[in-house]
Each structure stands twice: as structure tokens, then as C-alpha cells.
Design a protein around this ligand. Structure first.
Ligand SMILES: [Fe+2]
Ligand SMILES: [Fe+2]
Length: 132
């Protein structure tokens, strides 16, 4: 299992959003570390921290999308909402019973969730950001 890494091909054209994505990638890596070793007793807190920052990032990203005139901001906001709901659910299951959320599954879910979202969805704002 390799850690996630931000590479320039993930750039959506906004330094603010790119640096938030870098931080999210770091946080997913750290959450994986925490969930992998339940004896550290940090997995729940790291997942909660990741969720907090994710909510902040989504709100910021939606602001940028609106500011540059991205036409699908409302649909994008719904994707964000669904993603937050799924991660909240995972975090709750983990806190109730760490064994219910195996580290490999959690990491796969979080990394697919984040990387696919950046590549398939966030990237669509790039032409609007670069023009604006
Ligand atoms: Fe997004
Ligand atoms: Fe994003």
C-alpha cells in the first residue's frame, strides 16, 4: 500500500485549492496511519480532523467555483454533501468499533474518494479558474 501523493497533474489551476488538496492528501495518509494501529488510539480523532478540514475545503472550493462562474456548482455541492455523509458514517462506525473498519478498507475508501473526486470532478473547474 503506498501513500497518496500530490502531483502537478492534479492542479486545478488555483493555488488555494491545490494547497488544500495537498493538505487533504497528507491528512488521509495520517488518518491511515492512525487507523492502522488502533493501539495508538488516534484513528477516531484523525478521521474527525480530516472531516473538519474536508468541510472547510468544500466550502472554500464552492466559493471559488461560484467566483469563477463554474456552471455546475450546485451539482458539485451535492457531491460534496454525499462524500461528507459517507465519511461521517465511516468515522462513526470506527469510533463505535475500530475492528469494524479495517485500515486497508478505510484507506482505500478515503483515497479513492479523494483522488477520484479531484481528478473527475474538481478538475472540471480548471478552465474557468485559468480564464478568470
Ligand atoms: Fe470538490
Ligand atoms: Fe476539492
Amino acid at each position: 500500500m503506498s501513500y497518496l501523493e500530490w502531483t502537478p497533474n492534479l492542479s486545478v489551476g488555483s493555488d488555494t485549492i491545490d494547497s488544500q488538496h495537498k493538505k487533504l492528501i497528507e491528512m488521509v495518509n495520517r488518518a491511515f496511519e492512525g487507523v492502522r494501529d488502533p493501539s495508538l488510539n488516534k484513528g477516531g480523532a484523525l478521521l474527525a480532523e480530516l472531516l473538519d478540514y474536508t468541510r472547510f475545503h468544500f466550502a472554500e472550493e464552492e466559493k471559488v467555483m461560484k467566483a469563477v462562474g463554474f456552471p455546475d456548482t450546485d451539482a458539485h455541492r451535492r457531491l460534496h454533501h454525499d462524500l461528507v455523509r459517507q465519511v461521517t458514517d465511516m468515522q462513526r462506525r470506527y469510533v463505535a468499533d475500530p475492528a469494524a473498519v479495517p485500515a486497508a478498507d478505510a484507506f482505500k475508501f478515503l483515497s479513492d474518494w479523494l483522488m477520484r473526486h479531484i481528478v473527475a470532478e474538481d478538475m472540471r473547474m480548471q478552465p474557468y479558474v485559468l480564464v478568470g
